[in-house]
Write a protein that binds this ligand. Structure first.
Ligand SMILES: [Zn+2]
Length: 371
């Protein structure tokens, strides 16, 4: 395991590339921002908005895929207040118990900006079967929900005649991933590895779901996708999670202050809607040796908020420490005992990256703080 010389990202992150100087592709794309003509890109965005504004009579003229989070707040503000569009919001509400902040934030976005939200509440029976199967086989328990987060807005944009569909950031491009070339179009998003295609026959046979259960997880056919114009805002305007957070707070967004201090996160404002969902993102740790603390510490170094040594300390203290509240909610929902849960986790540890210490606890062979 090698670490980026500038941030703390390891080369085990799927899709990340290191150059000959030992610097990761996420740091390099951040540096490249300085050379981009942002005025020119903003004009491209204005031209797109001009093209679609009012294009659907008094119905919505664009759609935004929202979670209710800080980035959603910022995107709705941009489209509705700055660009004077008439957005409809599409949201996937997973079935886990929500945090107080999560409940408040989705409501707040509708009340603060005056927008209609159309939400899907996924099939709970299918979700449970798919979560158990995808967790045990691939270490990707929330695949079904993540898949819907990609497919549902596309499906609804076709249905409501709102081809101009807005997403926030191009995760692969900004942080290193499989689809790392930059373009404003979000058409290729399904290929970025977060919720890749899984063979339907495998899910029917092995997870016990029906072909009907999988209807909403299907990507639009290429000819349907051709009629849509999904875009990433991060192409048109410099994207910054911390700026979006500051903006959202001033408009009623709640973070987790006084509610929950998560042991494996280094901030309290990202992915805060539910506890069980976070098990999935934490599973990067046993599989690839880094999780949310590394992601955010690396970002904070790039933004000049902390130095690399401070980032190493954050990673050391937090990355391994999956929050027990996440485990409890996850086990309750899926029907696991905590013993069963930890046995599955044990099977997912990558033996090339980890070894057990004398207490039987998995430890990284080459942690960033020991380099
Ligand atoms: Zn880096």
């Amino acid at each position: 395991m090698k670490y980026c010389k500038k941030c703390v990202m390891p080369d085990t992150r799927p899709g990340i590339v290191f150059d000959e100087e030992g610097v990761c592709s996420a740091c390099r794309s951040y540096e490249r921002r300085k050379t981009i003509d942002w005025d020119e890109r903003w004009k491209e965005f204005e031209a797109l908005c001009d093209k679609y504004r009012g294009s659907n009579g008094d119905g919505p003229d664009c759609a935004i895929a929202v979670s209710g989070g800080k980035d959603s707040h910022y995107q709705v503000h941009l489209l509705k207040d700055v660009m004077h569009m008439n957005p409809i919001l599409f949201s996937v509400e997973d079935n886990f118990p929500m945090t107080k902040a999560g409940v408040h934030n989705l409501k707040n976005i509708s009340e603060e900006f005056g927008c209609t939200i159309i939400s899907i509440k996924p099939n709970i029976k299918a979700q449970k079967k798919l979560m158990r199967y995808m967790f045990e086989k691939y270490g990707k328990p929330t695949w079904y929900i993540d898949r819907l987060i990609y497919t549902y807005p596309l499906l609804m944009a076709s249905k409501y005649n709102t081809p101009f569909l807005i997403y926030g950031e191009n995760v692969s491009y900004e942080y290193g991933g499989q689809d790392a070339k930059e373009s404003y179009s979000a058409k290729e998003q399904l290929k970025n590895g977060v919720a890749s295609d899984i063979d339907e026959q495998e899910l029917i046979k092995e997870a016990g779901v029906t072909v009907q259960d999988l209807f909403f997880t299907r990507a639009p056919r290429p000819e349907e996708l051709d009629n849509l114009d999904p875009v990433y805002i991060s192409y048109f305007q410099e994207w910054n999670s911390f700026r979006n957070y500051e903006y959202a707070k001033k408009h009623g967004f709640h973070d987790l202050t006084h509610e929950w201090d998560r042991t494996h996160h280094v901030e309290n404002f990202d992915q805060i809607d539910s506890r069980a969902y976070l098990v999935h993102s934490w599973l990067k740790y046993p599989k690839f040796g880094h999780a949310s603390a590394t992601d955010y510490a690396a970002r904070m170094v790039r933004y000049g908020m902390i130095n690399r040594d401070e980032a190493k300390t954050l990673v050391k203290e937090h990355d391994h420490a999956l929050d027990p509240e996440c485990v409890r909610d996850f086990c309750d929902f899926c029907g696991y005992s905590e013993t069963e849960f930890w046995n599955i986790i044990d099977s997912l540890y990558n033996r090339d990256l980890f070894e057990k210490n004398c207490f039987g606890k998995w430890e990284l062979k080459n942690p960033v703080w020991a380099e």
